[in-house]
Design a protein. Structure first.
Lengths: 552, 305
């Protein structure tokens, strides 16, 4: 049989491209090639961005497209309104001003720490429509599925006159955001600090970019990962010693990510001293996914570190990174290349261990950093702080987490939570019920904002000891283990010395003395560097800390 | 840089405070105007005896803060935001152009009188340090009874909270919290249990007076006491001014909101530097100045640069 009556196809398959051409045409008289004049950016935005558009605005916890966000808040809400914003991080006042001005209506984001009160109030007052709170990887993933942007507003260091971009050490998530818009006929506008004849290297090619605009001042950049060793306490040093002996050495942890707290900074600074004295060099902590933490300098200089892949840069570390090319991922020009999407993926799938600190943990090991009355979101910790079930490759540490003889048994990513049993103001860290639950109700969230789920946590470390949660599948036994290291908190009070002793005998918990650690040895004198100045000395003067960290 | 002017509330007053205001004709004018409106010499407002009454304290706070604000205004130095703690909110409302000074002076006079009349002896306030509001609220609920009511009132910082209510009830809570996590807890030298439901009638009478006035839309957004929102409408300011006396002052949130909105310079109107200290403790990256402790010319310089 032959089909004779094939209906004639009348639909167009290029509507998005046509719409893009029409928008590009509308600014023809404004622009000079790919360049939008600095003083005409608001006008250009009013033509290029249309009501109801999905707009991804670059802003994460480090780099901010600050000129573009400040310009967006100046557009006429009669012309541009009802935008659906997609942002990694809500950090700057104008990120929420655009909602108060009636320019934007809906938000999907990952992190809102610096605006956590305001966004909570706006949700309560119905001034902002909340999409979802995401981890970074989820948000980036959805840019290619159901949150495809019509417009991407991003930041780069330099451009050439064709629109090629150099994003350098702070490449971060720019390529991902640009890709989602550029290859789906969206419009990509990049703010740049300057236009130069020749770029050090091309991080994003001009064929992905529609317009560039020279910003009135360089984009905002926060030195978020700098921890001054002066603030590391003896308790944090004790915890760091326990982690090194009781987790890194015990399981042979070679690849890892560290959070940004002082307790992980303490671990970094104990590698060349305490860990070296245990003969662990080369056996642990060789391959990292980590920003260029200044506190990692002594370990790098002492030959502990083989490689570091970075989410972003860190202010002041540029020259040091360039001079340690064997360690970091660098371009032909010498400078760091970071990539938040790939580093998050690596941190999720490719490393042995994630370790971070928490402010609150319940009896089952669920943890959260939220405060009542605030909506802060997540960021990257939940991506790295979970056991990705699809993992297939085995490493010594991962394999070491296997607890059954089942022929199909698998290993586990190590997810370690470090906490002191009390935070400031006598607030117990170990509690019956997480504040995240009341935040869920207050902000009408679909899910309670739990940072790390208890089922993923393999180890809990407090000043009392380590609970080896991975060793037990029994919920009641895991609860006993947590209680026995939870001090005199409400959860800790459930524990009794007899149970604790039994758990110790079974190797389910360990006290410092079980690990051969004397509490009295946990002193600041063990730190390879005790202040920022000593980090500068370790770096041979290559590290140039931002002014606010200089004490001399 | 965005700036906010802060207007202090009760507790910042001291004897002779109106003699320490900036030496400027505008200040002199407000002092004279106040004296005329109140039919009193200024000296009789801020002496030891007068300052033992809530009414005179509130009058003095308004006069001191507004007259100083007017010096800035005359020099064209207008902040991005204003906020006032408790009775300080009336000064902030004058600065924002919602109330005239005369209207505000009448209102705080009435407010002071009503407060004094409503609860006589046996009531007061306490301050508790080192516990958060959720924990303290649990404790207060545990102790609550109708005869000796106690309420958590002002949230000055995450761990500096006040209690309001009956002295007997307050003493019981103080004894308990001292051994249950508080680093300090003591009675304050005030005779009025402000910012709790005991002052519901005061709030209603104030609202009645406010309803008689033609309030203007704020020219400067005001960070509010009751719900720590930025107020941009006259009605919202009216509601906050009336309600504040029977609701907790969410001062920490009010300042936190200003911080998140981009404020990095806080200037405290006289008297005192209580609010400056709170802002400094809460946010390490802000610049703060209290007129009482700094040279006003320095404040002018910082504001205009």
């Amino acid at each position: 049989m032959v089909l004779t009556n094939i209906p004639k196809v009348t639909r167009s398959w290029t509507t998005r491209l046509e719409a893009k051409k029409e928008r590009m045409e509308s600014v023809k008289s404004l622009v000079d090639g790919v360049i939008i004049p600095t003083d005409r950016i608001v006008e250009a935005m009013e033509l290029l961005i249309r009501p109801g558009d999905r707009v991804v605005l670059e802003g994460n916890n480090q780099k901010q497209a600050s000129f573009l966000s400040q310009s967006l808040v100046q557009v006429d809400p009669k012309k541009v309104h009802d935008l659906h914003m997609i942002m990694s991080s809500i950090s700057r006042p104008e990120h929420l001003d655009i909602f108060e001005e009636g320019i934007a209506r809906k938000i999907d984001f990952s992190y809102a720490g610096p605006q956590s009160l305001r966004i909570a109030q706006m949700i309560e007052d119905g001034k902002i429509e909340l999409g979802d709170l995401h981890t970074y990887i989820e948000l980036y993933g959805r840019l290619f599925i159901d949150l495809i942007p019509s417009v991407a507003l991003v930041a780069a260091d330099k451009a050439d006159r064709y629109g090629n971009l150099y994003t350098g050490p702070n490449t971060e998530e720019t390529p991902t955001l640009v890709e989602a818009a550029a290859f789906r006929d969206g419009i990509v506008i990049a703010q740049v600090n300057e236009i130069v004849d020749e770029l050090p290297r091309v991080d994003i090619p001009s064929s992905w970019v529609d317009f560039i605009v020279v910003a009135d001042e360089p984009y905002e950049l926060e030195p978020l990962f700098t921890r001054d060793p002066r603030h590391i306490t003896d308790i944090q040093i004790l915890q760091a010693m326990m982690v090194i002996r009781g987790i890194y050495e015990k399981h042979g942890v070679k690849s890892l990510n560290h959070g940004i707290g002082f307790n992980t900074a303490a671990i970094e600074l104990l590698l060349p001293t305490y860990a070296a004295s245990l003969g662990l060099k080369g056996k642990i902590c060789t391959n990292w996914v980590l920003n260029p933490h200044p506190t990692l300098i002594p370990a790098i200089e002492s030959g502990w570190v083989e490689s570091v892949h970075c989410f972003g840069g860190e202010l002041g570390m540029e020259k040091y990174v360039e001079a340690r090319r064997d360690i970091f991922f660098t371009g032909k020009d010498g400078s760091l290349r970071s990539n938040r999407t790939l580093a998050q993926l690596a941190g999720q799938y490719a490393v042995d261990l994630f370790i971070g600190s928490t402010l609150q943990m319940d009896g089952l090991g669920n943890s959260s950093t939220v405060t009542k009355g605030r909506v802060a979101g997540y960021g990257g910790a939940p991506n790295m702080g979970h056991d990705p079930g699809g993992r297939r490759h085995s490493t010594e540490a991962w394999y070491n987490m296997m607890t059954s003889d089942d022929p199909l048994a698998r290993g586990k990513k190590l997810v370690v939570q470090v906490a002191e049993t009390f935070q400031e103001a006598n607030k117990p860290v170990f509690v019956e019920s997480l504040d995240a639950i009341s935040v869920k109700d207050q902000a009408k969230l679909a899910l309670a904002p739990v940072m790390i789920y208890g089922e993923d946590v393999t180890h809990v470390v407090t000043e009392e000891g380590i609970a080896y949660l991975y060793k037990s599948d029994s919920i009641s036994e895991r609860r006993e283990m947590i209680a026995s290291v939870a001090g005199v908190t409400p959860i800790g009070m459930e524990s009794n010395p007899k149970t604790a002793e039994r758990l110790r005998q079974q190797g389910l918990i360990a006290m410092p003395e079980d690990l051969g650690i004397r509490r009295s040895d946990a002193k600041r004198s063990l730190l390879a560097a005790k202040n920022i100045d000593e980090l500068v000395q370790w770096s041979g003067g290559l590290y140039t800390p931002p002014a606010k960290f200089r004490s001399w | 840089m965005k700036s906010a002017f802060l207007f202090p509330g009760q507790g910042s007053q001291y004897v002779g405070m109106l003699n320490d205001l900036p030496n400027d004709p505008v200040v002199k004018h407000i002092l004279e105007e106040s004296s005329d409106l109140l039919h009193l010499p200024i000296e009789s407002l801020h002496n030891n005896k007068a300052l033992s009454t809530t009414k005179a304290v509130q009058q003095c706070l308004l006069i001191a803060s507004v007259s100083t604000y007017k010096v800035f205004e005359k020099n064209g130095l207008i902040p991005s935001f204003v906020a006032g703690h408790s009775v300080g909110a009336f000064g902030a409302a004058v600065a924002a152009g919602v109330l005239t000074f005369e209207e505000a002076l009448k209102l705080v006079t009435l407010r002071g009188e009503l407060m004094e009349r409503t609860c006589d002896h046996g009531y007061g306030m306490a301050v508790v340090l080192g516990l958060d509001e959720y924990r303290l609220s649990e404790i207060v609920q545990q102790f609550f009874n109708e005869e000796e009511p106690v309420y958590v009132s002002n949230r000055n910082s995450p761990t500096q909270l006040t209690l309001s209510g009956s002295i007997k009830g307050l003493e019981k809570v103080i004894d308990y919290v001292k051994t249950h996590g508080a680093t300090s807890a003591r009675l304050l030298n005030v005779s009025t249990p402000s910012h709790c439901p005991l002052f519901k009638n005061v709030s209603e009478e104030l609202l009645g007076e406010l309803n008689k006035l033609d309030l203007k839309r704020p020219k400067i957004p005001i960070s509010s006491n009751v719900n720590s929102r930025l107020l941009r409408q006259a009605d919202a300011v009216k509601e906050d001014l009336a309600k504040s006396i029977c609701y907790p002052v969410r001062w920490h949130d009010a300042v936190n909101l200003l911080y998140e909105t981009g404020t990095r310079l806080f200037i405290e109107m006289p008297p005192g530097d209580v609010l400056t200290k709170l802002a400094n403790q809460a946010f390490s990256e802000v610049r703060t100045m209290a007129i009482s402790k700094s040279n006003i010319d320095d404040c002018f310089y910082v504001m205009s640069n």
